[in-house]
Design a protein around this ligand. Structure first.
Ligand code: GDD
Ligand code: MN
Length: 379
């Protein structure tokens, strides 16, 4: 276990124990090796500002929370919020900011990729009237190259372009996980934010737009650094989750991210179904009924596990709960199939067109399965 090192004498205890002007919220998962340096660097960067650090840790197995708490014993302006049985970057940020009583809050990654030395400048921008100050890699004077591999850089740039489609040109770096804002503005928007994403900044800006909350945005450039200790949590799943969030924002939030992800999973299930059906018919010589039953079972199983990892990653079922969840999923989907056929038949009886009726039935079962599995499978 890491021992916290005593930080520089320039961080006076009097300032540290004054009511903070700035809360720095740092979400963490397996970041134990980054925390002592984080406290030290913040102390150096924020010499003239009463600040506090709120680490929101999702019960990291590497003992991040313990390390932060041992730092807290030496620095009363350092706190750890340990969340049990929870995962998620956006919800960690939301809960950390919600624990702040300071007029200004900043969100920053734990791995030292974000340059804490620009915090005083960001704060100055906010004190001069900006509601939200984005730490940007894509504005003059900033750069992303250093901290990214070639593929990640391309991905980040693509995501930035996609975001511009829902945001307009409000910021050059909507994917930034580094920003500072007035806490009262955040509080106004908090209830509108999706808790299940990785992209809280994008969500804040879009939500302000749809809530007609005026949000003056400023930017401060910085150079994205390489990660200090530990590993990135970015994954293909998170990329797909981002796609869901983006589509949801394109529909102005009309369709929830989870519904869109659920539908994408459903679409992939059709592919599984057809592949299995094809294999049973052409490769195994099974009867159509046996093929159709096998395909249905496998597609449902596929959908369940993919939804469990992707759509409901923050409520992921494990162990025995996964088994009962799978059974309830089978049951709900069977009822969904009945709903599908009933609706399709009603529509067909009014206006006999196979495709429209069939599509209506499929949509019916998608909505039904989504709504009901949210109630019973992933509560
Ligand atoms: N509490 C909590 N729970 N924290 C998490 C979780 C989680 O489930 N997942 C990640 N974090 C924390 C990490 O510990 C880290 O402090 C921070 O969130 C960012 O995670 P990284 O794993 O370092 O992400 P990244 O570097 O790949 O991506 C970051 O930079 C991107 C720049 O383009 C993030 O800030 C992205 O939001 C950002 O887009
Ligand atoms: Mn990182």
């Amino acid at each position: 276990m890491m021992e916290a090192k005593v930080i520089g004498a320039d961080e006076t205890p009097a300032k540290a124990s004054a009511a903070p002007v700035l809360s720095v919220v740092v979400p963490s998962f397996n970041e134990a090796g980054n925390m002592p340096l984080m406290v030290e660097n913040l102390g150096k960067a924020l010499k003239d500002v009463p600040w506090e650090l709120i680490v929101v840790d999702d019960d990291s197995p590497d003992g991040t929370a313990e390390v932060v708490k041992s730092l807290s014993r030496q620095h009363p302006n350092v706190r750890c919020l340990r969340r049990i049985g929870r995962r998620g970057l956006s919800s960690a940020c939301i809960e950390g900011i919600s624990a702040s009583a300071a007029p200004f809050v900043a969100v920053m990654d734990a791995d030292h990729q974000h340059d804490e030395r620009i915090l005083p400048k960001m704060l100055a921008e906010a004190e001069q009237g900006a509601d939200l100050v984005v730490g940007s890699r894509y504005v003059d004077g900033g750069s992303a190259g250093e901290g990214f591999t070639e593929t990640r850089l391309r991905g980040s740039q693509l995501a930035t372009t996609l975001s511009a489609l829902v945001l307009g040109k409000k910021t050059t770096d909507p994917m930034s996980g580094f920003f500072l804002m007035r806490r009262d503005k955040f509080d106004q928007l908090a209830s509108r934010l999706a808790t299940d994403g990785f992209k809280i900044l994008l969500d804040i800006i879009v939500s302000a737009g749809s809530a007609n909350v005026d949000l003056k945005i400023a930017e401060v450039p910085y150079t994205f650094r390489t990660r200090h200790a530990g590993d990135s949590k970015m994954s293909p799943l998170i990329t797909v989750q981002f796609l869901g969030l983006w589509l949801s924002k394109l529909t102005r939030g009309l369709l929830p991210t989870t519904f869109l992800l659920f539908s994408m999973v459903g679409a992939s299930g059709i592919f599984v179904h057809m592949t299995v059906l094809w294999a049973t018919q052409t490769q195994m010589g099974a009867s159509f009924t046996v093929g159709q039953i096998t395909a249905t079972m496998l597609a449902m199983t596929w959908n369940f596990f993919l939804n469990n990892e992707l759509t409901y990653a923050n409520k992921r079922l494990r162990g025995i709960k996964m088994l009962t969840g799978l059974l309830s999923f089978y049951l709900v989907c069977s009822l969904g199939a009945i709903a599908n056929i009933s609706v399709a038949e009603i529509i067909y009886s009014v206006r006999p067109g196979a495709y429209v009726a069939g599509l209506a039935g499929a949509l019916m079962s998608a909505v039904f399965n989504y709504a009901v599995t949210r109630m019973f499978t992933w509560r």
